[in-house]
Design a protein around this ligand. Structure first.
Ligand SMILES: Cc1cc2nc3c(=O)[nH]c(=O)nc-3n(C[C@H](O)[C@H](O)[C@H](O)COP(=O)(O)OP(=O)(O)OC[C@H]3O[C@@H](n4cnc5c(N)ncnc54)[C@H](O)[C@@H]3O)c2cc1C
Length: 481
């Protein structure tokens, strides 16, 4: 009897450094690589529109890679357990392997599936492809999860040299007689109304592109990363976030590439970059240990924060559309809409603006990002929003309210980023590019701008809204007493 093994792909869409694949290959005569589309089981965090777009490309690329090995991806749709059972019955598989996910909805689902398949008599095993360390392996001296990044990363650092990637396979066993795969198009992941031009122009999903992107970054741009990473007009960062989210490349491979290229791991650009991979790791650590933080503040005092009630819908819409009248905020929101990605510095600015100047709940911002980011990741997004709102682990203190004008003048000095995404402001001189409302009217006229007609007047006064936010914070402080 040939030994038939199922490899259940999820957000680990790669052949390189794939522990589930390597485990599946042991004593395997027939391999069934499977993807089950089951968004209902991920509710309320089923992939958003931009993520679905990426997923389509990533699955196509995975299928193509498998076909070069004489096999292919068996795509199914429906309840994951029922579909896996159907494939087990049709193929006679006796083992199934997959790589773990750490967010609350998929974790519960996967636990139930593992139990059920084992009860059916199958060997079902899960592995770690997406993290450097399991969230339960890193703990404080008293066995508690970390809530402060520096201490967490110091603990990881001591063990960093132990982790390394697994190689990609050189051959794969053939598939058995299997049920037909659904055509990828049947998953309807691509938009019916084609709003995705900007995404197509900007990104190439898939493992090959991920490895190329990482290699190019590690061999080149990483040198200037420490300073360029804060300048949104430059392509100074790795742009690996979606590739990492979908598991087209793993953090162990990224780290290995860095090590191969750079002898000195403490060299400034290297350390700064690897530390960001550490933040990704920290985000997963937190979501694993504090699963409620997808919707509720980690710092419970913030449940008492009074959010704005009047005019909330209109202000949220203006923020989403990049029509707040604050150029750096609008540029960021338009970059997000057009490309499905936003520079980290600007993510912090737009999040601070939403939660503090507009006093709208961080959950509303997180939801918008969830639907529009190609790298939408429950762990990183929840951490990023809670950090910005001041209520998360190791968060920016609530009273630290980014001033988007000063942020623009510091990190987008020449206004190149704002000019790119808000072209109606392009003719303004640098001095006014981040605060057009302070420009003399003759100058505005000369630049072809009438505020309120060609570009919005600010929807809030930055100074007054800052003071209102600080006043609201008093309630949180009182709740903590
Ligand atoms: C409000 C807010 C929401 C965010 N939502 C997400 C999200 O949904 N998905 C996501 O991947 N990142 C999110 N981030 C973190 C960060 O903005 C992105 O990871 C980064 O901009 C991606 O660009 P890059 O790949 O060029 O990053 P690089 O600077 O090249 O960093 C390398 C990698 O490190 C990881 N990383 C970097 N910064 C962070 C961080 N602060 N937290 C966690 N991981 C990090 C990412 O995987 C990234 O690809 C959010 C940040 C904020 C402030």
């Amino acid at each position: 009897m040939p030994s038939t093994v199922i490899l259940w792909f999820r957000r680990d869409l790669r052949l390189d450094d794939n522990p589930a694949l390597q485990a599946a290959l042991i004593d395997c005569d027939r391999l069934v690589p499977v993807y089950v589309h089951d968004p209902d089981s991920e509710a309320p965090w089923a992939p958003g529109a931009a993520s679905r777009w990426w997923l389509h490309g990533s699955l196509a690329s995975m299928d193509q890679a498998l076909q070069t090995f004489g096999t292919g991806l068996l795509i199914a749709r429906g309840d994951a357990l029922a579909e896996l059972r159907r494939i087990v019955a049709a193929t006679g598989a006796t083992r199934i392997h997959w790589n773990r996910l750490y967010d609350p909805t998929t974790r519960d689902r996967d636990g139930r599936i593992k139990q059920a398949l084992r009860a059916d008599g199958l060997r079902a095993e899960s592995h770690n492809a997406s993290l450097l360390f399991e969230p339960w392996e890193i703990a404080t001296g008293t066995g508690e999860p970390y809530r402060v990044f520096t201490a967490f990363w110091r603990r990881c650092g001591a063990r960093l040299s132990d982790v390394g990637p697994l190689p990609a396979p050189t051959t794969l066993p053939p598939p058995p007689e299997s049920p037909d795969s659904l055509p990828l198009e049947n998953l309807a992941l691509l938009p019916r109304i084609p709003w995705d031009t900007g995404l197509r122009e900007t990104w190439t999903p898939g493992e090959t592109a991920a490895l190329e992107q990482a290699r190019a970054f590690v061999q080149g741009r990483i040198q200037g990363y420490a300073s360029a990473r804060d300048l949104p007009a430059l392509a100074g960062t790795s742009a690996l976030s979606s590739h990492l989210h979908f598991g087209e490349i793993g953090p162990r491979r990224v780290l290995a590439m860095v090590r191969e290229q750079w002898d000195d791991p403490t060299a400034d650009p290297v350390e700064t970059f690897v530390r960001e991979i550490g933040w990704r790791e920290f985000a997963h650590h937190l979501i694993y240990h504090y699963p409620h933080t997808t919707d509720e503040p980690l710092d419970r005092r913030f449940a008492a924060l009074p959010w704005r009630e009047e005019d909330a819908d209109r202000l949220l819409r203006a923020w989403q559309r990049g029509e707040t009248g604050i150029p750096l905020v609008d540029a960021g929101m338009r970059q997000l809409w057009h490309t499905g990605w936003m520079h980290n510095r600007v993510r912090m600015v737009v999040a601070s603006f939403l939660t503090k100047n507009l006093r709208l709940p961080w959950q509303a911002g997180a939801r918008w990002f969830w639907d529009t980011l190609v790298d939408a990741d429950l762990a990183a997004n929840s951490l990023g929003w809670q950090w910005s709102a001041g209520c998360g682990a190791d968060a920016a203190p609530y009273f630290r309210i980014f001033n988007p004008v000063l942020q623009g003048e510091r990190f987008d000095k020449s206004g190149a980023y704002v000019r790119r995404w808000c072209p109606e402001l392009a003719r303004l001189p640098d001095k006014y590019i981040h605060q057009p409302w302070t420009a003399p009217s003759a100058l505005l006229e000369h630049a072809g701008i009438r505020l309120g007609r060609d570009y919005p007047a600010p929807i809030v006064d930055l100074k007054a809204s800052r003071e209102a936010a600080l006043a609201a914070y008093e309630v949180v402080k009182a709740a903590g007493r």
